[in-house]
Design a protein around this ligand. Structure first.
Ligand SMILES: *Cc1c(COP(=O)(O)O)cnc(C)c1O
Length: 405
């Protein structure tokens, strides 16, 4: 019973755990996609895109939404709309997906990486303030995994120093901080709808903003210079500002339809995942050596993308690491238990930006968590039933018991 499955023992899961595919599919969406196809009206601010932008922004308490191709271009457009370019510095967390760091690089600006908090893993407000220079123009806090950056502190520091806040909400669809939607706190919010995200249309992204001028500029950036709602060939609204480098970053009616229907499930799914997360948190924290990522301090609705667990390396027997824990838990039949990106942004495999084009200000806290402590549970776990969660906890308890000093 106590022999680990990695050592030939009987696994906790009688069958390796399987999950419904991600994302969930709704047959009625399939019917609507067929209608869009037959309408032959697939792009350029169609009715579904307009409705989705409006409803998604409203849900997050933002005035405007701008739908586009992915959650990297949304960050790039947010920075471009704020006029950020060569010579400017943008503060970003050391622990994030590469896109957050790449967005300033695309514009010739310098990303400055700073540490995260020990409990939430999100941008540390003190580390942010310490990294500010006269060149700092923006900060991009990321609501990472299953937590939220401290918007009260970050926004207060940003106001004090005249710095723009761009929220990277790629992991946080539906999240609320003090009752207010993520993406509505800073100048611009950025969402991703890439295949693995909480809401997804395969690819996609959206900017939220409350500022009519930024709304107009981001629309122009996305749609080759046209004003908001501008159809192809319509010459209304005048030229874009001289030198504003506009793109084709449009997405399609098909994507908007998939997301519009997912929006109907967002609230109930967010609640379901957060209740499961709290259930897991209590049980996992009872296992010596394990802790969990703290939710956002003022989260009134914590959106969970993945669930973060940390293992204390000091409790493990000599020679064992968190990678061994992950391997052993998966061998018990768990699956979808993984170690994350494995490195701070600028130490990830694909990061190839020349060292003089970015600056690392601090990373002590998060680098240790990433290398020695973090274990993540995929979103499918949070969508699972309690019986499956109990088995998962049992697998962790078994492994930690065997692997602890
Ligand atoms: C996924 C992600 C992005 C970028 O989104 P894409 O749609 O994949 O371009 C940005 N920031 C974070 C934190 C992400 O996880």
């Amino acid at each position: 019973m106590n022999t680990l499955a990695v050592n030939g023992g009987t696994p906790v899961f009688s069958e390796p755990k399987t999950f419904a595919p991600w994302p969930p599919v709704y047959p009625e969406t399939g019917d609507k996609l067929r209608e869009i196809y037959m309408s032959a009206n697939w792009s350029f601010y169609g009715p579904v895109e307009n409705e989705f932008e409006k409803k998604f922004a409203e849900y997050h308490n933002a005035e405007y939404g701008i739908f586009m191709v992915n959650g990297t271009t949304t960050l790039e457009c947010a920075l471009a709309a704020l006029g950020i370019g060569p010579g400017d510095e943008v503060i970003v967390p050391s622990w994030t997906w590469m896109a957050t760091g790449m967005a300033p690089v695309y514009l010739g600006a310098t990303p400055v990486f700073v540490d995260g908090e020990k409990d939430t893993f999100c941008l540390d407000p003190e580390a942010f303030e310490a990294a500010i220079t006269p060149r700092t123009k923006a900060v991009i806090p990321v609501h990472l995994f299953g937590s939220m950056a401290d918007m009260d502190k970050i926004c207060a520091i940003a106001v004090k120093h005249g710095i723009a806040v761009i929220e990277d909400c790629a992991h946080a669809h539906g999240g609320k901080w003090n009752g207010k939607g993520v993406g509505s706190f800073g100048k611009v919010g950025s969402f991703s709808f890439q295949q693995s995200k909480i809401m997804t249309s395969g690819e996609g992204g959206l900017c939220t903003t409350n500022d009519p001028k930024l709304f107009e500029t981001i629309c122009r950036l996305k749609h080759i210079g046209y004003v908001p709602g501008g159809k192809r060939g319509a010459a209304t609204g005048g030229k874009p500002e001289m030198g504003l480098l506009c793109h084709n970053y449009r997405a399609t009616e098909f994507q908007a339809q998939i997301l519009l229907d997912q929006l109907d499930h967002l609230e109930s799914d967010t609640v379901y995942r957060s209740e499961n997360a709290e259930y897991l948190r209590k049980k996992l924290e009872a296992i010596p050596g394990l802790k969990t990522q703290a939710p956002g301090r003022c989260a009134t609705m914590q959106s969970y993308y993945v669930f973060g667990i940390t293992v204390d390396p000091e409790v493990l027997k000599p020679g064992l690491t968190k990678a061994d824990v992950i391997a052993a838990v998966n061998a018990e039949g768990a699956n979808e238990v993984f170690g994350g990106w494995g490195a701070v942004t600028y130490e990830q495999n694909l990061w190839n930006v020349a060292p003089e084009k970015y600056r690392v200000e601090s990373h002590e806290v998060v680098r240790d968590i990433i290398q020695n402590r973090i274990i993540l549970l995929g979103i499918q776990w949070l969508m699972s039933d309690r019986a499956a969660l109990d088995k998962l906890v049992e697998a962790f308890a078994k492994v930690m018991k065997a692997y602890s000093r």
